[in-house]
Write a new protein. Structure first.
Length: 326
């Protein structure tokens, strides 16, 4: 069965052998019979190199194996009859099938039903190039702005749309030091112009850093109002970065008290943050999970007041992130 433009073929077979001596006739032990399922995949565009795998088991007893697995790797060398039309030609081969009449036989054509247009960047794969109306290098089929060219500014460059203000904070990307993190103008420190006050996304890391602790009422899972601006910035960051599909909100405590109680309290506080992001920030619940670690992951020593204060914290970690532009 051919699939994927004939690059993938799957099939089944039954094979065996039989003896010719009279005493073997009717003896199933002398009639080894096996079945197998297998697949073969073309490794190159011209389908000249392939790899395959099949496996099966016996259907009868005798000397057939209990199971058989076969892996293959091979290639095909095409031969051309250079004198097919000469008077001395002994054999005349059937012409290779070319369904779309583009000059590429089906056995090497990646698009057997669509004629090749012989345009770069792939003029010999047997497929026509997809149109690119705005000539930004992104085919119209994957371009969200088919009539406006992508600006290639390093921000969502694969979606086909230019970004003047990607994070929607009112500060143009060419002036914004944090173009993917909604922030505020900062004329006093140009290096922080357009950056959030409390929340930063760490480049190359799954962590979203907060520069100020989220505080709770003593021994409760109730967020104090002074911490609302911190969580509001988390909301803005999530809305500006829809590619963040799943964010883990994780609660931690110091080592004061009973470990089991601390773990329960940290879980309740993490869930309280999730509820804030959902109910007050409008973030979809499916983008958030919560976890309480209690005392198991200290950030600093628990031997000092300062260290214990650092350990009482909430962290945000990106669990799942979509590929940019998809």
């Amino acid at each position: 069965m051919p699939l994927l433009e004939d690059r993938l073929r799957i099939g089944a077979e039954i094979f065996g052998s039989a003896g010719m001596l009279p005493e073997t006739i009717g003896d199933l032990d002398a009639l080894p019979l096996e079945w197998s399922l297998g697949a073969r995949y073309a490794l190159d565009k011209r389908k000249r190199m392939f790899a395959g795998l099949s496996g099966g088991s016996r259907m009868t007893g005798g000397y057939a194996p209990d199971f058989r697995i076969v892996a293959v790797f091979g290639g095909a060398i095409p031969f051309k009859d250079t004198d097919a039309n000469s008077g001395e030609a002994k054999y005349v081969l059937r012409e290779d099938v070319d369904t779309d009449k583009d000059g590429f036989p089906d056995y090497i054509d990646m698009c057997v039903l669509d004629p090749e247009d012989k345009q770069p960047p792939n003029p010999d794969d047997g497929c026509p190039n997809m149109p690119d109306t705005d000539n930004d290098g992104i085919p119209d089929g994957g371009d969200k702005c088919v009539n406006v060219a992508e600006d290639k500014d390093g921000i969502d460059d694969r979606d086909g749309c230019p970004e003047d203000d990607a994070d929607k904070d009112g500060i143009p990307d060419n002036e914004d030091m944090c173009p993917k993190e909604p922030g505020e103008a900062n004329e006093e420190d140009p290096s922080k112009h357009g950056c959030p006050q409390y929340v930063r996304r760490i480049s190359g890391s799954s962590e979203i850093e907060i520069t100020k602790q989220v505080d709770f009422e003593f021994d409760k899972a109730v967020i104090v109002p002074k911490s609302y601006p911190i969580l509001d910035e988390v909301v803005k960051l999530l809305k500006a970065n829809p590619e963040i599909k799943l964010l883990s909100v994780e609660g931690h405590t110091d080592n004061v008290g009973i470990p089991e109680y601390n773990e329960k309290l940290s879980a309740m506080r993490a869930e309280a943050v999730v509820q804030y992001l959902v109910n007050r920030g409008g973030i979809a619940p499916k983008r958030l999970v919560s976890k309480g670690w209690g005392t198991r992951k200290p950030k600093a020593t628990n031997d000092t007041d300062e260290g214990r204060a650092q350990n009482r914290r909430v962290e945000f970690h990106i669990v799942t992130q979509a590929i940019e532009g998809r």
